[in-house]
Design a protein around this ligand. Structure first.
Ligand code: SAH
Length: 255
C-alpha cells in the first residue's frame, strides 16, 4: 500500500502567513516529520496524528524516514519553516528519492509553496526586492566558502539585490563579516542594507543602514539580510524607519 508525502512550509512565523492549502495538508496527515520548533508552529491535528520531531541536522535522514513511512502507507507531511523549497526540506526529499529505494519513486509526493523569509522581511520595510534579486545562503555546512565568495562576487558584478539566508550562527560567527568585507570592496559604501530579525512575527525588528555602517554583530540565525543594488533607495518618514524600495525601471529605460 502506498501512502503520500506532502512537503510544506509554515511561513515565517505568524500563523496568518501559513497558507490555507498548507493547513489542509497538515490536518490531513497521519504523521508529521520535521525540526521540533517548526512542528511547534503546527496547530494540533487529529488525535491519532504522530509527530516525529528531530533536531535541525541530517536533513537526508529525516527525508528517508518520511519516505519509509509514506511507502508503508502513511500520509506524511514534512514540515519546514518559510517555503519548503528555499534552503529547506523539499530538495532533501528529492535527493533521498534519487539515491534511495526504487519503491520510493512510486510515492505520491507533493510540494506546497509557502511564504519565504525574504518576502516577509522585504514587506517589513517596503519593496527592496522590486528589481532583479538573488538569494544566497551563507551557511558553509553544505558548500565551500569559495563557492559563496564566487557567487557574492557575481551578484555584486550583476548589481542584484542580494538576500542572505543563514547569515550567522554560533558555530559560524565570521562568515557574515567576510561577506560584508567582500561586498564592501565591490560595492559603494552607501549601498542600502536592511537587517530584519523575526520577520513576519510580532517580535519583528528592522534596521535600515548602509554597507559601510552596518554592525554585523547584531546579525544572528533569525535574521534575514538584504543588500541593496545601486538603485535601492530610502524614503525618510517623519517617524520611524524610512521606507526602502528598489525601482523597477532603470534611469533612461522606456516605460
Ligand atoms: N525555508 C526557510 C529558510 C530556511 S534557512 C524559508 O523559506 O524562509 C533559515 C534562515 O532563514 C534563517 O537563518 C534566517 O536567515 C531566515 N529566516 C527564517 N525565518 C525568518 C524570519 N521569520 N525572519 C528573518 N529571517 C528568517
Amino acid at each position: 500500500m502506498t501512502g503520500s508525502l506532502v512537503i510544506v512550509g509554515t511561513g515565517p512565523g505568524d500563523p496568518d502567513l501559513m497558507t490555507p492549502a498548507t493547513r489542509r495538508a497538515l490536518s490531513g496527515a497521519t504523521d508529521l516529520v520535521g525540526y521540533g520548533p517548526y512542528l511547534d508552529r503546527v496547530p494540533a491535528g487529529p488525535s491519532a496524528q504522530v509527530r516525529h520531531a528531530s533536531d535541525n541536522r541530517v536533513e537526508l535522514d529525516r527525508a528517508r524516514q518520511a519516505l519509509r513511512l509514506a511507502s508503508a502507507g502513511r500520509h506524511v507531511a514534512v514540515v519546514s519553516g518559510g517555503d519548503p523549497g528555499v534552503f529547506a526540506m523539499a530538495s532533501a526529499v528529492f535527493e533521498a528519492v534519487e539515491s534511495g529505494e526504487p519503491m520510493w519513486r512510486d510515492v505520491d509526493i507533493r510540494v506546497e509553496p509557502g511564504v519565504t523569509a525574504m518576502l516577509a522581511a522585504a514587506a517589513e520595510v517596503g519593496a527592496p526586492l522590486g528589481g532583479d534579486f538573488c538569494a544566497v545562503s551563507l551557511s558553509d555546512n553544505l558548500k565551500s566558502w569559495a563557492t559563496i565568495e564566487r557567487r557574492l562576487t557575481a551578484a555584486a558584478e550583476g548589481d542584484f539585490v542580494i538576500a542572505f539566508y543563514n547569515p550567522a550562527s554560533r558555530a559560524r560567527p565570521d562568515g557574515i563579516k567576510r561577506a560584508f568585507g567582500l561586498l564592501g570592496s565591490l560595492k559603494a559604501k552607501e549601498t542600502v542594507v536592511v537587517l530584519v530579525r523575526a520577520a513576519g512575527t510580532a517580535d519583528a525588528t528592522c534596521i535600515v543602514t548602509t554597507l559601510g555602517a552596518a554592525d554585523t554583530s547584531v546579525i544572528d540565525m533569525r535574521t534575514l539580510v538584504i543588500i541593496g543594488s545601486s538603485a535601492t533607495r530610502t524614503i525618510a518618514r517623519p517617524e520611524g524607519l524610512p521606507w526602502v524600495y528598489t525601482p523597477r525601471s532603470e534611469p533612461g529605460a522606456r516605460s
